[in-house]
Design a protein around this ligand. Structure first.
Ligand SMILES: Nc1nc2c(ncn2[C@@H]2O[C@H](COP(=O)(O)OP(=O)(O)OP(=O)(O)O)[C@@H](O)[C@H]2O)c(=O)[nH]1
Ligand SMILES: [Mg+2]
Length: 417
């Protein structure tokens, strides 16, 4: 469908920021399959309370929409249900705000039961007030019809829908709570088995997290030049395996003004990632707006309580856009300790892998474990969680000199007789 991207520029917003945000909305629109045919803006001290744009501008937009044969107007702000309704009445076509665009992408990309439930809750929370607005506009007609058909006496369409939405949200929330509990148990079991070496790949949408996940773990996760390609956390071990064994999680991307309902519902997805002891914050260094994206990601991480988790800052896509050496030098100077790389270069991926493994090796300890012949069942366990440096045996059992995570070694000692 042909669409027009439209926004009011408030005095507090710089041209640079405004343009970057519009570019991002155009990308979001493309991800949804829209063909953006025009961009329409107005400088204004505030949003018009009735219909977002001022009166004259609405008329201009109506003409532009007709001339361009555009079916949709995409607004780069979250606007109220009545503003959207009034604007659509005057301008024609379908009006979608930024929140709705993002919700729609999440809706289309959600494939697991877990992600679908989360998105559905956020969508219903967003739709509720909008259905109410539509019911209000339908007005007396709607109320006159009520009381007939299976509806209980005096309940309007709007009220019925509202009740249905509330019930559906409660039902989904219950499903979700069950799934969260199941996941927690699985996770606890996994951690018990494998020690605690976990790194989560976090960052703005399209930064290259899934590409790095693939490169680091040899797994076939979805990579796409689309916003919000990944909605579910995947967990895989570094491949080839390292000591200690490190689990990598790929996570949902962040974006400016992530709709609030989505932050809340995706918190559980992110929680899993946040139990990691290291966050590899992936930044697309080839995007002119990368500094803003970096800041937005850090803000969201703060918001969800990850402020104190150690970070490894990873500037990715250095192969794109030319002037590589210059960019590399300036990033290194400005962000000490960062990694500058391209996911497309195997040497760079190997360096990232080394940096991750080195982080976890800092806490490694060496110890000698005695494994009696009667407890050979624990042998696999020892080899899975530690590096065995030396092994001697006598009549009673085996002496194993191991190097491993302090927690893992302690756990083995507790397990051994
Ligand atoms: N040139 C270049 N392209 C890259 C690099 N890393 C990733 N890409 C491309 O960037 C696009 C997005 O990559 P993904 O790995 O899906 O990004 P993501 O961070 O997982 O994105 P979301 O799941 O949407 O949050 C894909 O088209 C990748 O092929 C890189 O180092 N260089
Ligand atoms: Mg991804």
């Amino acid at each position: 469908m042909r669409a027009i991207v439209a926004a009011v520029q408030l005095p507090s917003v710089s041209d640079l920021e405004f343009d970057a945000s519009l570019t991002e909305l155009r990308q979001l629109a493309k991800t949804l399959g829209f063909e953006v045919v025009a961009t329409f803006t107005q400088k204004r001290s505030g949003f018009d309370s009735k219909a977002y744009f001022g009166t004259g501008k609405r008329e201009e937009l109506r003409l532009l929409r007709e001339e361009q044969a555009a079916g949709a107007i995409l607004i780069d702000h979250e606007i109220s249900p009545s503003q959207a309704f009034n604007l659509a009445e005057e301008v024609g076509g379908e009006v979608m705000d930024r929140t709705m665009v993002i919700l729609e992408i999440f809706h289309r990309h959600a494939s697991s039961r877990f992600a679908r439930a989360q998105v559905e809750i956020a969508r219903l929370g967003y739709m509720g007030p909008r259905l109410r607005e539509a019911a209000k506009q339908a007005g007396p007609k709607d109320r006159a019809r009520s009381g007939t058909g299976g509806r209980s006496g005096g309940e309007s369409h709007g009220e019925l829908d509202r009740r249905k939405i509330r019930d559906r949200i409660a039902e989904l929330q219950q499903d979700l709570d069950t799934m969260i509990l199941e996941r927690k148990t699985q996770r606890a079991r996994r951690q018990e088995r494998q020690g605690l070496a976990r790194v989560a790949l976090v960052g703005y949408t399209n930064a290259g997290k899934s590409t790095l996940m693939r490169a680091l773990t040899g797994s076939e996760v979805l990579v796409a030049n689309k916003l919000f390609a990944t909605l579910d956390t995947t967990v895989r071990a570094l491949h080839p395996e390292s000591v200690p064994r490190v689990l990598v999680s790929d996570t949902v991307g962040f974006i400016k003004n992530l709709p609030h309902g989505l932050v809340a519902s995706f918190k559980s997805t992110l929680d899993e990632a946040l139990e990691a002891s290291l966050l590899a914050h992936v930044v697309d260094a080839s995007d002119p707006g990368f500094e803003r994206q970096l800041a937005v990601t850090e803000e969201v991480l703060d918001e969800i309580g990850a402020k104190d988790v150690p970070r490894l800052l990873v500037f990715n896509k250095i192969d794109r856009g030319g002037r590589e050496e210059e960019l590399r030098a300036s990033l290194r100077a400005k962000y000490p300790g960062c990694i500058v790389m391209s996911a497309k270069r195997s040497g760079d991926v190997a360096r990232l892998r080394e940096a991750i493994v080195a982080f976890f090796q800092r806490d490694l300890v060496e110890a000698e474990l005695f494994l009696p012949w009667s407890a050979q069942g624990l042998r696999g366990e020892i080899f899975a969680s530690c590096q065995v440096i030396e092994e001697r045996a006598d009549g009673e059992g085996a002496f194993l000199r191991v190097r491993g995570d302090a927690g893992a070694v302690k756990r083995l000692r507790d397990l051994l007789p």
